[in-house]
Structures are given as C-alpha cells and as structure tokens.
Design a protein around this ligand. Structure first.
Ligand code: PLP
Length: 230
C-alpha cells in the first residue's frame, strides 16, 4: 500500500480527477481520516501530513487520542454513540455524524455547552444491521430536531452496503443525495443540511461522483498499524 504520503497523494489525485470530470470544486470535499484502527502516534503523522480532519468511532478512543495529540485537529465522531457517552464527547467533538435517535438529541441538548454540528445517519440500504433513521422517518426526525437548539443539522450520513456491486452502492448514495436536497430546499434554520457524509476506502470515488462533501477514509489513507513505520 505504500507509505502515508503516497496514499494521501493518491486520494487527493482521485478527488481532483473526479471533480474535474463531474464539474465539482475539490474545495467542497472534506477528507476525514478515520484513525480508529491506529495509535495516537500514527494519527499524529496524518496531521503532520496536513490532513486536519480525524474520525473516531468510540468515545474512549476519541478521548484517548485527543489527550495524546497536541496538534490542532478537527474531530469527527462517526460511530454509534450511546446516550451515556454523549457527555464525554459532546464538547470536544466538532462534528457528530451519527445522530439517529431522539434519546441522543435529548442528551446532546442537556450536556452540550455549545451548538454541535450534526449529520443525521440514514439507513438507506435498509440492512437490519445498520444504524440510522429510515428514509421515511427522516423528515419527521428533522422536524423534531428543531426543538433542540444545541443541534445544527449540517447534513446527512450513510454507509453503503458491503458489496462489490457498484451500481447498488451508487443508488444508495444517490438516494441520500435526493433526501438531502429535499431537506436543504426547506431552508430550515436549524437544518441547513448541505452536507453529505458518504464514501469510505472502497467507495469514495462513487460517493464524490454522487455529491459527497465528507468522505470518511480509514484503511486507504491511514493504513494499518503494521505499516506505521513504512
Ligand atoms: C471505519 C469506518 C470508516 C472507514 O472505513 P474504511 O473502509 O477503513 O475506509 C468510515 N465510516 C465509518 C462509520 C466507519 O466506522
């Protein structure tokens, strides 16, 4: 897989190429380096390579990395968040990608000392193992979040099914974009909802073709721990 710098260059080239081909501006796309599988030391190297957005999916590991890493970073929480853990992460997380329950919203409202930028996770593919509101529940959930002034809905997030079928992956991303367009068109003060958090190591190119604004890339960018010194 080569070293970190090579992997980052490849991803940046891919993004430039897709943007050129689709008429998008690459400044619209935020690369979130998912560091959940590597140590704080390794994550620091990602920051040194000028990637400023880091993603973690467990509260303990987010706090551990935040404590150990001195370089300034923008922190994204991308995993399922348990209600009782909200208080631990709410004031040090910049973006929460996985809001999908009122219980979580209530806990954010109770614990946050400032407004938190949130993506609503949508289970577009309908797989039982996946978190997220269903597409049918989305509008109602967005409306309900209007009661929580500590939550700003900046976009929607989804995970594609684990499959080689790129048409299926594309249709999931496209559906999320259509849902996002519908919410954004309402110009709700609490839900500007311009963002689309979709695309991981295996499908970020398709995601950007379909309008992703935030790609969450782990292995293809960060590598595996064994490559730490590569
Ligand atoms: C782990 C994870 C990623 C990154 O996955 P890779 O396939 O390693 O790029 C992205 N999003 C979420 C929610 C994750 O849990």
């Amino acid at each position: 897989m080569g070293n970190l710098q090579t992997r980052i260059q490849k991803i940046e080239e891919d993004i430039r190429e897709v943007c050129k081909r689709t008429g998008r501006n690459s400044s619209e796309i935020t690369v979130v380096a998912v560091t959940k599988q590597v140590t704080a030391t390794h994550a620091s190297k990602v920051l040194e390579a000028n990637i400023v957005n880091l993603g973690e999916n467990r509260a303990e590991e987010l706090l551990n990395k935040q404590q150990k890493i001195q370089t300034k970073a923008v922190w994204h929480f991308i995993g399922n968040v348990q209600s009782r853990k909200v208080k631990d992460i709410v004031d040090t997380t910049d973006y929460l990608h996985s809001v999908d329950k009122l219980s979580i919203a209530k806990e954010i409202q109770k614990r946050a000392s400032r407004t938190l930028e949130c993506f609503i996770q949508v289970n577009v593919s309908g797989e039982e193992t996946k978190s997220g509101v269903t597409p049918n529940e989305l509008q109602n959930f967005v409306n309900e979040l209007g009661a929580f002034d500590k939550i700003r809905v900046v976009g929607l997030m989804t995970m594609a099914p684990f499959t080689e079928d790129s048409d299926l992956i594309r249709s999931v991303f496209r559906s999320l974009r259509e849902l996002r367009d519908k919410i954004a068109a309402q110009q709700l003060p609490h839900a500007p909802c311009n963002g689309l958090s979709m695309g991981m190591s295996n499908d970020y190119i398709i995601a950007i073709e379909e309008g992703a604004t935030h790609v969450r890339i782990g292995t293809a960018l960060v590598g595996a721990e064994s490559e730490e010194d590569a």
